[in-house]
Design a protein around this ligand. Sequence first.
Ligand code: SF4
Length: 249
Amino acid sequence: MNNTGISWTDYTWNPVSGCSKVSPGCQNCYAEAWSHRWGRSFDVTLHPEKLKEVRKIPAGSKVFVNSMSDLFHPRVPTKFINQVFQAMETRPDVIFQILTKRPEEIHLRVPNLRPFPRNVWLGVSVEMRMYIGRIDELIATGWKYGESEGHHGVKFVSFEPLLGDIGTVKFHFSLAEGVSWVIIGGESGPHHRPMNIEWARNLIIQAKEQGVAVWMKQLGGFRPGGNIVDFPEDLRLREFPEYEKEVKP
Ligand code: SF4
């Protein structure tokens, strides 16, 4: 478990490290760059010894699971994902935020996958319009667990790095079943690709029309400031979805 500068969470926890690129949003992968900088492999690696770290997480925290990987990478065995789920179940007073670019992997594993714990927020990354189908996959996943297991966890979409205009988004905005939180951010680092501020505005307008919480993370750039007072006024949004209040002790 580590402290983090990621504004929408409190800690990162990496029971898996390493990954492989799946779409253009991965081009300047932070996790890969970090691994290479420290001479470490970026192959998918399981860290079962980290499962017990959940005991140390302060109550009421938010934890980003696998900031250095993708929990649903094809090379992560379902058995290990179930162990991660079991570890999260032992801390119902903590919110675990899982973000994937591979929601289709969840469907493939459903017969052998434990139900999502109630304290999990499950999200997909969508960087360009051509990957908008990931939102449909996310919603379908929630339905499966929602009906059979009483799961009402938050489903969310991270539009970061936002690389193009997403256009009209069908978020399926019913808070019980649909997406209730969106994160928006431009790309950072020396090779960042610019975000047009109108792409962010388009998403914010649609989210606000349908009562969805928005977390505007950063505008993008070499060293993007995360201070929202530097954003245009209509982009100064740092909201969490309602569900947060229900799981706090
Ligand atoms: S899915 Fe995430 S961790 Fe994996 S290569 Fe892409 S950006 Fe990196």
